[in-house]
Write a protein that binds this ligand. Structure first.
Ligand code: FAD
Length: 502
């Protein structure tokens, strides 16, 4: 064994981030590298984070988890997208689905043909009439459908809603089986090497000292290592993403099991509704500069579909990110690394993406700056691209009814976002940065859903004759309808595939 290998990693924190890190590191590095995780039962976890995006399938797949078993244990349901209500306009809704709209024709994105038919032939159909996700979601249907027959239309890509506490426990069992050592206790001191500034050890309240070669800060908003001990600055993005509070409460299961999250805009924020097998997760994310806490709490309770289970819990945060995510011998993961608010369920994705990049760029004890710099470059870019996508939801609105909506509608936004919106408005083109988590289909649905309708379409869409164009559009719609007819209800699918005993 090379003496230069990292011998031991200490993870501080046992929330979703901590246990995801422990499971992945154990799978790929144990037993060459020993993993120890310390968590404090007294402090507990943030207790939210129940909606994911399809990339979670990759993470679970990488660990080799059995989907039905994981879903049963975590009371998970399937998620085909997010329904946005009252965002662009009060009374309007759209679904940001995890799929494409139609399928490219002659290598040109489908929406250009749709735009042409609307502009030239007065086509009445909606963009989402060509989305299998949309049609399945609004009929409360789900099944594993990888492709639509033998066409080029992709099937149902999906993510999960799950109980985050149960997911943490599930990964804990997995990690402990692979040799991860768990220590319960509260870290109350961090010792740094006076010469290098690297972390040498963390000391627990009991006096026990845990030393390691590398430390992962999964301590949540406290950011014990990266922030408090190493002093890496936090970049505040409140000027673009002014949400800084959330009230969260579960409610009793009610009505049909929806295969999507709901995000309903309110006067100074929005409310999530996340359906699990046995209950519904709800929360009102709001900007305290624009609404009082008592009013925000009342809004949440007034807009629940069913009886709350317990009292709403208040969570406070500042949107933004760390200036760097890997500093010296410490990596920040999860909430200690930054938080951009839960609107598009990107936090858990960032945890998994960052763990994967860390494993790719895994250092040795020489701690080359090259690894650290490359990691930081990649993650900074990923955060910044997601930030733009989130700002879009607030900024592209016709709402003028409250101070909050007037602020976000008229605020200055990053040039990168402005360029993207301008290009789409003028040409219907969507430039995708290769590192952007959100692809063309996502940008299209959110820009169009928020009310940004392009003036033009690509010249290549005019290469088809009118009859051919109408036939093609009609065929896509028909094929999708037929495919959805073959899919049964989400609830029946869960019952047969992964229903939890309770
Ligand atoms: P935490 O869960 O806070 O865990 C921190 C851990 O550190 C705990 O184990 C704690 O005990 C430990 N700890 C802290 N201090 C000490 C100490 N001194 N000594 C020992 N241990 C210590 N993400 C999504 O992807 N989808 C969503 O739908 C979503 N919704 C969200 C809604 C809200 C309102 C918020 C605030 C976040 C949401 N997130 C969501 C983000 C998601 O919850 C987090 O990314 C995820 O839970 C990871 O949190 P964490 O593990 O970093 O922190």
């Amino acid at each position: 064994m090379s003496h230069n290998h990292i011998q031991k990693i200490v993870i501080v924190g046992g929330g979703t981030a901590g246990w995801m890190a422990a499971a992945a590191l154990a799978k790929f590095l144990s037993p060459v590298t020993k993993i120890e995780l310390v968590e404090s039962d007294q402090i507990g976890t943030v207790g939210v984070g129940e909606a994911t995006i399809p990339q979670i399938l990759r993470f679970n797949g990488m660990l080799g988890l059995d989907e039905a078993d994981f879903m049963r244990e975590c009371r998970a349901t399937f998620k085909l997208g997010i329904e946005f209500n009252n965002w662009g306009h009060i009374g309007e809704s759209y679904l940001h689905t995890f799929g494409h709209i139609g399928a490219p024709i002659n290598h040109l994105d489908f929406h250009h043909y749709w735009l042409r038919a609307r502009q030239e032939y007065d086509l009445k159909s909606n963009l989402w009439d060509y989305s299998i996700h949309h049609k399945a979601a609004y009929k409360n249907r789900f099944a594993h459908v990888p492709r639509v027959g033998n066409t080029s239309i992709s099937g149902l890509s999906y993510a999960y809603h799950f109980n985050s506490g149960l997911y943490g426990q599930y990964l804990r069992r997995y990690a402990e089986t692979l040799g991860v050592k768990r220590t319960e206790g509260k870290v109350n001191d961090v010792r740094l090497d006076p010469e290098t500034g690297h972390i040498q050890s963390v000391t627990l309240e009991s006096g026990a000292e845990l030393s390691g070669d590398f430390f992962i800060d999964c301590s949540g908003f406290r950011a014990l290592l990266i922030g408090q001990a190493l002093g890496v600055k936090y970049l505040d993005w409140s000027q673009w993403l002014p949400m800084n509070r959330a009230f969260a409460v579960a409610s009793e299961k009610d009505g049909p099991l929806l295969p999507y999250t709901k995000a309903t805009a309110h006067d100074a924020g929005w409310q999530w509704r996340i359906p699990l097998q046995n209950r519904t997760g709800n929360g009102h994310v709001f900007a305290s500069d624009f609404v009082e806490e008592d009013a925000a709490r009342a809004t949440l309770l007034d807009n629940l579909d069913a009886k709350p289970i317990g009292e709403p819990r208040l969570l406070k945060f500042t949107t933004g990110r760390r200036e760097t995510f890997w500093h010296k011998n410490c990596l920040a993961l999860g909430l200690s690394s930054g938080f951009m608010e839960p609107l598009e369920s990107t936090s858990i994705h960032l945890i998994q993406a960052n763990i994967s990049k860390f494993i790719e760029l895994f250092p040795n004890r020489a701690f080359s700056d090259a690894n650290t710099q490359e990691y930081n470059r990649l993650i900074i870019k990923e955060f910044d691209l997601i930030r733009d996508f989130l700002i879009l939801h607030y900024h592209r609105t016709d709402r003028t009814d409250t101070e909050f909506w007037n602020y976000v509608r008229t605020m200055d936004v990053p040039d990168s976002l402005k360029a993207k919106m301008d290009m789409f408005a003028e040409t219907a083109l969507i430039y995708k940065d290769p590192d952007d988590l959100f692809g063309q289909a996502s940008w299209l649905q959110v820009m169009a859903g928020q009310g940004l309708v392009p003036q033009n379409f690509h010249a290549r869409a005019s290469l088809l004759g009118e009859a051919q164009l109408n036939e093609l559009l009609g065929n896509v719609e028909r094929i999708i309808d037929q495919a959805v007819e073959k899919v049964g209800s989400h609830q029946d699918y869960i019952d047969a595939y992964c229903s939890a005993a309770d």
